[in-house]
Design a protein around this ligand. Structure first.
Ligand SMILES: Nc1nc2c(ncn2[C@@H]2O[C@H](COP(=O)(O)OP(=O)(O)OP(=O)(O)O)[C@@H](O)[C@H]2O)c(=O)[nH]1
Ligand SMILES: [Mg+2]
Length: 416
């Protein structure tokens, strides 16, 4: 069993807050836990085996967290501690990655697209054809990437200096970067020291760093701005993660973990796996007697490349893995439910980024409906089994109320 196994370790069955030390809640949860164990042990109900599959960072573990929240098994004290540390690590890693990306993308600290003179940039190269504000420039930069005029301007300045501003600002920024780099944090169980969080905050507030973050599809970073907005709160000793925090946090899965939940008197054995390439060879160990596969695709990743190979588009990688799973002889009778995930991020991205720039064969309008249909058609194309029906759901895995509806429908379709 993995770290997230819920058997015997239920702390809380409420869905609004994961962490509680309230004795009454603990008592109720323990009673419920015992009840689940009893049912598991007696094996009274039918067992349903589910695999959460998909490439890295598509949201598999997030769906598992929702199953635990919605079906009342909650999180153990140990889990809460893991997620508390995860929030701190997410904050620290975000800045570490951005420091490297500033060099990689040649962006000087203090660089601010908003103060650039729009006259310097030909109107045709700025998004929507407008010559207007810094926001347009920022949008253009994030949309067009390293060849955008703003990006070229940043690089030109970078050739002279890696930081701009007054002498005092430059000095402050450089020493902040040096501080973060010199700080080797290996244990996030205790709060990060104040002198470190002060510089993390300073760097997150830097206009050059934020501009770098807006070009996040050009390097490998997960959007954890949720935690960056209130570093002091998430770092404090008193901080207890809520369910929302737990859903937002990122802990990469390694290996295969099993979690059991009771749904409608039946035991659901849910297996969560790591999605990175080197993790996938472990999947085979859980391929026997699978009732349903929840296959996760991150639709917002259409303009990103994989962590493992910077030449491979993330959705193309998803299609390759899907093709293998869908046509695997062991899964002939297995129901396959596709979670077209991160619809919220997809919607945001489509305002600035053209899908046709990454998938030239896409001729539709650049909106959520046509784009998701385009990718659903691609997925369907890889199903070579005429008897197989694919079930598509368009999801935002970190939203509990939306996932309640989706999971109810999915479970219904599995049980009939
Ligand atoms: N905005 C948004 N974020 C999401 C959504 N689903 C998941 N995330 C976030 O995406 C990140 C990665 O999600 P995980 O559930 O860890 O991904 P995974 O598929 O388990 O990744 P591996 O364990 O590496 O295979 C986390 O920070 C989640 O909070 C979504 O629908 N919208
Ligand atoms: Mg995971």
């Amino acid at each position: 069993m993995g770290a997230c196994s819920s058997k015997s370790n239920v702390i809380n069955s409420r869905s609004d807050s994961a962490a509680t030390e309230n004795p009454q809640d603990v008592k109720q949860a323990t009673a419920r836990s015992k009840e689940i164990d009893k049912q598991l042990d007696e094996k009274t109900g039918k067992e349903i085996k589910i695999l959460l599959l998909g490439t890295a960072e598509t949201g598999k573990s997030t769906v598992l967290k929702q199953l635990r929240i919605i079906h009342g098994t909650g999180f153990t004290e140990n889990d809460i501690q893991i997620f508390r540390s995860a929030a701190r690590k997410n904050i620290y890693d975000t800045i570490r990655i951005l420091i490297d990306a500033m060099v990689q993308l040649t962006i000087p600290y203090g660089f601010d697209p908003k103060v650039l003179d729009p006259k310097k940039f030909p109107s045709g190269k700025i998004s929507n054809g407008s010559r207007g504000s810094g926001d347009d420039l920022l949008a253009a930069a994030s949309g067009i990437g390293k060849n955008a005029p703003v990006a070229l301007e940043a690089s030109r300045i970078y050739q002279t200096s890696d930081a701009i501003g007054t002498d005092e600002q430059v000095e402050l920024t450089r020493s902040a970067v040096a501080k973060v780099k010199s700080f080797e944090v290996s244990d996030f169980k205790t709060p990060l020291p104040h002198d470190l969080t002060d510089v993390l905050k300073l760097l997150w507030a830097d206009s050059g760093v934020r501009y770098c973050f807006s070009r996040s599809n050009e390097f490998q970073i997960i959007d954890l701005s949720y935690f960056m907005q209130d570093i002091d709160k998430f770092n404090s000793n008193e901080y207890i993660p809520t369910n929302q925090d737990i859903l937002a946090s990122r802990v990469m899965t390694s290996g295969v973990g099993e979690t059991q939940v009771m749904i409608r008197g039946m035991v659901f054995r849910v297996f969560d796996v790591g999605g990175q390439r080197n993790e996938r060879r472990k999947w085979i160990h859980v391929f026997d007697n699978v009732n349903a596969i929840f296959f996760l695709v991150d639709l917002s990743a259409f303009n990103q490349v994989t962590v493992e190979d910077s030449k491979i588009n993330r959705i193309v990688e998803s299609l390759t893995v899907f093709s293998y799973i869908c046509n695997h002889p062991g899964f002939k009778k297995t129901a396959i439910v596709i979670f077209m995930n991160k619809m919220d991020l997809l919607k945001e991205k489509l305002d600035e980024t053209m899908v046709a720039d990454y998938f030239p064969e896409f001729r539709g309008s650049n909106d959520v409906k046509e784009v998701s249909r385009f990718f659903a058609d691609k997925i369907t194309f890889f199903n070579k089994n005429p008897d197989r029906q694919l079930y598509f759901h368009y999801t935002q895995a970190n939203d509990t109320s939306k996932m309640k509806v989706v999971l109810a429908t999915v479970i219904e379709s599995i049980l009939v």
